[in-house]
Design a protein around this ligand. Structure first.
Ligand SMILES: [Zn+2]
Length: 112
């Protein structure tokens, strides 16, 4: 026991930071620095501001720009999964998820 990290635990810690007005300004700074795209895959939509070292582990770095990076929703979810201690999805399952996401995205673009 005690080895299992809870996702809710991480979320609760980061919520305390991302609720405040100070966060809004910092998030914009991070978005500008990373050119409004996911630093891992270049996606420009569904962008989220991630703490490279989680708030739970280093609360003192909560408002440090160099500890922030812009990730898209799917890269962010993958990172959180690892932090929480889940194994990453096997490559074939990850590929399938990415494929589904691309299909959804294409559908949305065609509609627009
Ligand atoms: Zn991404």
């Amino acid at each position: 026991m005690g080895m299992n990290r809870k996702r809710s635990d991480y979320v609760a810690h980061s919520k305390k930071v991302t609720r405040g007005p100070r966060w809004k300004a910092l998030r914009l700074q991070a978005l500008d620095r990373d050119d409004w795209q996911c630093v891992q895959c270049g996606e420009r939509r569904r962008l989220e501001c991630d703490h490279i070292v989680p708030v739970r582990d280093r609360p003192d770095l909560s408002f440090t720009l160099s500890n922030l990076q812009i990730l898209c929703g799917s890269c962010h979810a993958r990172k959180t999964r690892l932090e929480v201690g889940h194994k990453p999805l096997p490559p074939n399952r990850q590929k399938w998820r990415d494929l589904l996401r691309d299909m959804q995205r294409n559908l949305i673009e065609q509609k627009g």
